[in-house]
Design a protein around this ligand. Structure first.
Ligand SMILES: Cc1cc2nc3c(=O)[nH]c(=O)nc-3n(C[C@H](O)[C@H](O)[C@H](O)COP(=O)(O)O)c2cc1C
Length: 185
């Protein structure tokens, strides 16, 4: 399986890192794109050097490189996850603006009917964001806000992050052990 992972400039950079770690553990091939603001927030919210984060991927492309393979529908990949996804990138995708590699690869997913999973982080949500969420859900994207559940009795910060990334892995169709499922011991 080959997946494009995008990290854009929303709070919750740790979700993107955790996703990359989990995809590496499960042997999924990953092409990574991080926006400029995404890199800035990774630096603010984590102590992990950017090079270590990029090493989790098989290949890294620059967000301003619109000649990179994921910009084309002829490059075969199974799906894309943008995690976290800023409202700016989210809104661009909802309106068809493709002026960066992240937004273009997402547009490719929609037109080619490939899986697109968006993890938008903002609160509260304006009517503009809510409308854009409906637009993208209707276009076939999975809109997966990072809202952990509490029925599995999370004890640590990691438990909360793992729950969200487990839901992303479920949407991708990749097996994981990130949380205990309801109805299991
Ligand atoms: C510290 C910091 C935190 C931010 N958090 C969010 C956020 O949680 N959600 C959001 O939509 N935008 C957030 N922003 C604003 C985005 O970074 C900004 O809209 C940017 O243009 C997004 O660009 P990108 O989507 O190309 O990364 C944040 C900005 C900063 C500096």
């Amino acid at each position: 399986m080959r997946v494009v992972v995008g990290i854009s400039g929303a709070s919750g950079a740790i979700y993107g890192v955790r996703l990359l770690q989990e995809l590496k553990n499960t042997g999924v091939e990953v092409a990574l794109v991080i926006t400029g603001h995404g890199k800035e927030i990774l630096g603010m919210e984590t102590d992990i050097p950017l090079t270590n984060i990029e090493e989790l991927a098989d290949v890294v492309y620059s967000d301003d490189d619109l000649t990179a393979p994921p910009a084309s529908g002829s490059y075969l990949f199974d799906g894309m996850v943008i995690c976290p996804c800023s409202m700016s990138s989210f809104s661009k995708i909802a309106t068809g603006i493709s002026d960066s590699l992240i937004t273009r690869a997402a547009a490719v997913c929609l037109k080619e009917k490939r899986k697109l999973i968006l993890v938008p982080r903002e609160a509260p949500l304006s009517t503009i964001y809510l409308r854009n969420m409906l637009v993208l859900a209707e276009a076939g994207a999975v809109v997966l806000p990072p809202s952990p559940a509490f029925y599995h009795r999370p004890r640590t910060f990691d438990d909360l992050v793992n729950f969200v990334i487990g839901k992303v892995m479920d949407s991708l169709g990749v097996e994981h052990q990130l949380f205990r499922r309801w109805g299991t011991e």
